[in-house]
Design a protein around this ligand. Sequence first.
Ligand code: AMP
Ligand code: GLY
Length: 425
Amino acid sequence: MRILLLGSGGREHAFAWKLSQSLLCEALFIAPGNPGTAIHGINVSIGLHDFDKLRDFVLEQEIDMVVCGPEEPLVNGLQDYFANTASLRAVLFVGPSQEGAKLEGSKAYAKAFMEEQGVPTAAYREFGIDQMEEGLRYLDTCELPVVLKADGLAAGKGVLILDSIREAKAEFRAMLDGKFGQASETVVIEEFLSGIEFSVFVWTDGKDYKILPVAKDYKRIGEGDTGLNTGGMGSISHPPFVDEVMMKKVETRIVQPTIEGLQERGIDYRGIIFIGLISVDEEPFVIEYNCRMGDPETQSVLPRLKSDLVALCRATANGTLAEMDIEIDNRAAATVIVVAGGYPEAYEKGHPISGLEEVTGSLLFHAGTKATDAGVVTNGGRVLAVTSLSDNFRDALELSLENAAKIRFKDAYFRRDIGLIVVTT
Ligand code: AMP
Ligand code: GLY
């Protein structure tokens, strides 16, 4: 198959690495890609907002299948654009329709969906732009801490957890007043759940589903899980606290009613449902849905997938997932992210990176890097991911840390305690 992969992060490098191993992969293009994806295919500089350019490229290169890494094109209707363009109708597409992507693109939609399907989640109310006073009054009745969520996509910054009603009211006002632009024209006020978070990845063709290895990401910048939230400082698969009993609960109470909900609504969902979960006293609740794989969870999940990723993508897109067997590597995976100094606040770009060729025994995934005539330089906050596999989780982490330490650029930083500490909300 001739494949076009969309995206440019560490997640997409992991996808490109795995897709390119398949005998079914005849050609792999990545738009726009990064220096890591360029090892496994051909990067093409097309922006993901430019649907017409993507169409032209797909037709010109006779692409058989498009795999969408990030959520934004899906929320913006890229799958629908492909489905509604006659010349693209034969192209397989991995990623849900715009309606399906609302599970991530609108928190209010996702909460209503969960409520209707009986999927366990935190209690909530939603308030629109003309319900300021009602929302403020509702906040007076809330227990602390209280969670405020911008309804739409807000670059990962739209969730606020507040410890005082006064602060919560000020933030609520600011959100409805446009703090996150259109994204916070509706705000969800939600009960705070205390527990341990983990990530479940469900691939569905709209009828059947397959669950990939469970993972956990570590979001805070500092060791001991302290400091500001980031896009993710590392991940592990399989988190030891998620046992078979928990996975059974997740499957019957959450995965199945979610798939049924999509079917009942006639939603075209051929892609990934990433379920962000929290275990509260051993009971799973949904924190959020995403319509894509996680980053940096993908970097520890895909290395544990023994099955052919092209075959999995194809079966997801063409509705034959029931015929697919998923084989998993039982070893533990540990991913350590090397970030730029200052991240997640202001950080510098353009620093030369050395030591990449010294990395041995681990997988190295590029995220925020750029190829220049003078070599690879930093180009983002999360710069590289190092993933190792071992029978023993500690050995996997040790190897990732050893290799992360070989990567050198000005003010490089990584956490050494990924997977070693219990993180509760
Ligand atoms: P989200 O953008 O929905 O992933 O939310 C970001 C983070 O906020 C989650 O990963 C949780 O750590 C936290 N969070 C969101 N909702 C809740 C909740 N109801 N209770 C506790 N923590 C939450
Ligand atoms: N690691 C969380 C996410 O990808 O949203």
